[in-house]
Structure formats: C-alpha cells, structure tokens
Design a protein around this ligand. Structure first.
Ligand SMILES: Cc1cc2nc3c(=O)[nH]c(=O)nc-3n(C[C@H](O)[C@H](O)[C@H](O)COP(=O)(O)OP(=O)(O)OC[C@H]3O[C@@H](n4cnc5c(N)ncnc54)[C@H](O)[C@@H]3O)c2cc1C
Length: 472
C-alpha cells in the first residue's frame, strides 16, 4: 500500500514541446492538456491517491489511439490508460507522470443480431448503456458493478469487474467475446474467444492497463429472464446475517444476487437516502430471476433457511418501484459511507463461503483491537466481502493503524485460502501483498509476460508490480 501518493509533490518536468505538438497533431489541440483543471481531474481515482500527470490526452476517435501510443513509445513517455477513474486500487494514478490517456470520449456502441447476438462497444461506453442496449433488444448483459452508472466498459474489462449478479452469471470476464488492443509498441491486435488466441484474451482481461490499451470490446448477451423478484431479509446482527448467506449457498441455491449489508452500512444508507432498508441490525438482499415458479421456489426456500438463522423481518417484492429502491440503496453504500470520514480504504477480499462468519467476526475484532472504524458489505453469495476502513488522512496515527489492520485482514484471508482481491485488481494498493498470495514462480511468470510485451515498462508503470526505481 502507498498511502502517501498525493499532489503535494513537485510537478514533474514538462514534456518536450515537439512531443506535445505531435500529440496535438494526432488528436487536435483542444484534446491535449499540459496545465489547467484537467491536470487535477485526471491525477487521482476513487482511492484518492494522486500524482501529477505530465499531459492529459483525450482522443475522440479510435484511430487516434495507436499513433498516440507509438509516439509515447518513440519518446519513452509513460502512458496510463484511463476510463472514468472509479477504480479502487489506484490503477489510473500517474505515479511517474507521463500521459494519461482518457478513453471516455470513445463511446459508440451497437447491437449485433448475430447469431449469436452481441454488443460491440468502444471502451469509453458507460456500463449502464451496455445493459440498456441489451434490454432494448430483448437481451441481458448481467455484469453490474455498483459503479455501473459511471464506470466504463473498458475499465470493467481491464480489471475484470464483478457485481451482485456475479454469483449466478459470472463477472465481466465471462462476457468478453473479443477485444481490440493497441500494444505498447503501437501494434494493433484483435483477439477473440473463438479463435486460437483465446488464451491471450484471458491474459488481457484483468491486466489493468499494463499490457496495452483496449479500444473496442465485443460482449456476449444472454436471454432476458422472464421474471425477477427481490427479497430483503433483516437480522439482529452481522454474524447471523452472514450465517444466513452461508446457509442459503450451502443448500445449493444460486440466486441471481445475494448481498450482505452490515449494521454500519445500514446506518449510513439511512442517513443518505430514503430506503426500504432498516437502519440497524444487518441485512441480506437477494434477487432471483427465471420463471415465476422458480423465482417463487428460491425465495421461499431462502426465507425458510434465513428464519432458521434468526431472520427477524422478510420483505419479498415483485413491483418494480420497491425492487429499484432496494438495489439503489445497495448501490449507494460506497458514497453513503463517506459520512464516517473522508478517507476510505475499501478492500475487496473473498473467502470460501464456509469461513465467512469466522472471517467477519475476526475482521471486527481486528478493527476493535486497533481502535479503527470498519463497515462491511459485499457480494457475499460468492464469498466477496468489501471491508471498508474509514478514517481521516489528516490523522497519521489512525491511518497507520488502518494500514496494519489491512495487513492483518489480508493475512487472515490468505490463511483460509481466500484472495486479497475479488474484483478490484492489484494496481498500487495491493501490489505489495501479491507475492503473499501467488507462488514465487507464478509471480515471476507474470513479470516475464509483462516484460515480453512492454520491456521498457512504458505502460501504466508502478501498477501490479512496484517501480524498479521509485521517485525519492
Ligand atoms: C461507488 C463505487 C462502487 C464500485 N463498485 C464496484 C463493484 O461492485 N464491482 C467492481 O468490480 N468494482 C467496483 N468499483 C470499482 C470500479 O468502478 C471498477 O473497477 C470499474 O471497472 C472501473 O472502471 P473505470 O472506467 O472507472 O476504470 P478506471 O478507474 O479509469 O481504470 C481502472 C483500471 O483499468 C485500466 N483501464 C481503464 N480503461 C482501460 C482501457 N481501455 N484499456 C486498458 N486499460 C484500461 C486503468 O489503467 C486502470 O488500471 C466501484 C467503484 C466505486 C467508486
């Protein structure tokens, strides 16, 4: 983790005038920034870690990307691909300066009837536009990160984003049929799941902008489910709710969404928006889709199991308005938590489902021991827990305790064969823990793959792997 990255550092040296001029020739002079508000706006992501870029470049046409990459390569200027900067691990923070390549103006999307039907999208398209276009054509695009109204599909693919639907439907990774990529040397390649290069596709999804710029993606769709219903189950405390989740999954039920929300999150949501959720205790929020009979069976069975774990209130809803309110409340957790403090360290650990209650209990114990605030929620149906330590960066002692608490949480998660990242990636904040999770051989293989595609380390330096020579 590096909590110290901020803009309170000297500006990096300006880029050579001839280089900036060449950038302007490619994308137009109004799309290149070397001073002004854009330098601040594109210096940070949702972690609030920050570092000054040397230039911000915003292409308006896909064909401009490869020439920008080639130019950066020729001049040995670092390049950082960026979608909407909602990442939670510092992936778009320009730690060595360089060019931040903002891709959100490349956002054309189209539905292709197939067969099979799919959506082709430029990478700057916001996730909800993909979902809406699928729906307009009678199909369903399930990946649904809580940031879906803001995040780009390129960012989703680059980190392999998940969301509540991942329990039943899988994550973004499972929906990428193909992508077009500009490699670090400026070469352009198209990789598709149904050709002999499909293993390469697996490698590129989740590579966090370290292996090239993704410019276009092709996304699988599934039939729209005929019916959905949601269920809110309230418990008196966090551990009973987590046991409720484990019990539902252990029974073999795979609802389309199965989320856990703890007492601190409920309080935060209550203070942030009108919602049908209680403001104390803990909640599991479920959705099931399919035929009306199947939906009815799953929710009734889950309710029965939840009651055995002490559920105190159950609300089943089929009307659109209440369903929307329930899931809007779920998606509001992250922003609502800011009421507890300005600095939020959000870790997306994932553990085997039979260890969830024990891990949750120990996480609360770690926070208590270190005197720091924690709030937990997440896609608990597949073991994913978002552990949010909240404090104030202006209180260094508190932040030091949070950093130690995070280390203890990661050690705990790895001790039960979990993972330190279920969906956010490693980028900056988790890179130092990666060697604890993977074997030395796997770690060195990852590095060799990076070196073979980007030997000079020009692409998104300091992400996943530490900088060889970090600035003093
Ligand atoms: C309120 C909130 C809720 C969230 N909920 C979820 C959630 O439920 N599930 C989840 O998985 N995440 C979640 N996130 C994290 C984040 O939204 C996702 O990681 C999202 O996929 C990032 O998309 P972005 O466009 O903002 O990418 P950015 O933050 O701009 O970039 C993320 C990474 O991808 C790389 N990248 C971006 N575009 C490209 C490209 N075209 N080519 C190559 N590399 C690229 C960047 O270099 C960086 O390393 C949440 C974030 C917030 C703020």
């Amino acid at each position: 983790m590096n909590m110290k990255l901020s803009r309170e550092t000297l500006l990096p040296p300006p880029l050579p005038k001839a280089f900036v001029k060449a950038l302007k020739r490619i994308v137009g002079k109004e799309q290149v920034f070397t001073s002004g508000p854009e330098m601040v706006a594109y210096s940070f992501d949702a972690t609030k870690l920050a570092s000054w870029p040397q230039a911000v470049v915003i292409p308006t046409e896909q064909s401009q990307v490869a020439p920008v990459v080639r130019l950066c390569n020729q001049h040995m200027v670092h390049l950082i691909p960026r979608g909407e900067g909602t990442g939670f691990t510092g992936g778009t923070v320009p730690v060595t300066g360089g060019v931040v390549l903002v891709l959100n103006e490349l956002n054309a999307i189209s539905f292709k009837p197939g067969p099979p039907p799919y959506i082709e999208a430029e990478v700057g398209a916001v996730t909800t536009r993909i979902q809406d276009l699928a729906g307009e054509n009678g199909y369903f695009y399930p990946p649904d990160p809580a940031s879906q109204k803001y995040s780009t599909i390129g960012g989703n693919v680059a980190v392999g984003a998940g969301g509540p639907h991942c329990l039943k439907y899988g994550t973004t990774r499972d929906y990428v049929l193909g992508l077009d990529l500009v490699l670090p040397d400026g070469e352009e390649v198209s990789v598709n799941r149904n050709d002999e290069r499909r293993d390469l596709l697996e490698l590129l999804i989740g590579s966090e902008g370290t292996l090239g710029v993704i410019v276009r993606v092709r996304l699988r769709l599934v039939p729209e489910p005929p019916h959905t219903a949601s269920m809110m189950v309230a418990f008196k405390d966090n551990i009973s709710a987590i046991r409720g989740v484990s019990r539902v999954v252990a029974d073999g039920l795979i609802p389309s969404k199965l989320e856990f929300i703890d007492n601190q999150c409920l309080k935060a949501i209550g203070g942030y928006m009108e919602s049908p959720l209680p403001t104390e205790g803990a909640v599991i929020l479920m959705e099931e889709d399919g035929s009306p009979e199947d939906v009815d069976f799953t929710l009734k069975r889950a309710a029965e199991l939840a009651r055995k774990e002490g559920a105190v209130d159950i609300l089943i809803s089929e009307d659109e308005e209440t369903k929307d309110l329930l899931w809007e409340a779920r998606n509001a957790i992250s922003p609502s938590l800011s009421r507890y403090g300005p600095t939020k360290i959000n870790e997306d650990v994932c553990v085997p489902i039979d260890h969830m209650a024990e891990v949750m209990d120990k996480i609360e114990g770690i926070a208590h021991k270190r005197g720091v605030f924690v709030a937990n929620f997440g896609h608990a149906g597949d073991g994913n827990i978002h552990v949010n330590f909240i404090g104030d960066a202006r209180r260094p002692k508190e932040i030091a305790e949070i950093e130690k608490a995070v280390e203890e949480v990661f050690a705990l998660v790895l001790s039960v064969n979990g993972t330190i990242t279920g969906e956010h990636g490693e980028a900056i904040t988790k890179q130092s823990f990666l060697p604890d999770e993977v074997s030395p051989l796997a770690y060195s293989l990852f590095k060799r793959i990076k070196n073979s595609l980007d030997g000079e380390g020009m692409f998104n330096p300091g992400k996943i792997f530490p900088l060889e020579n970090p600035p003093a």
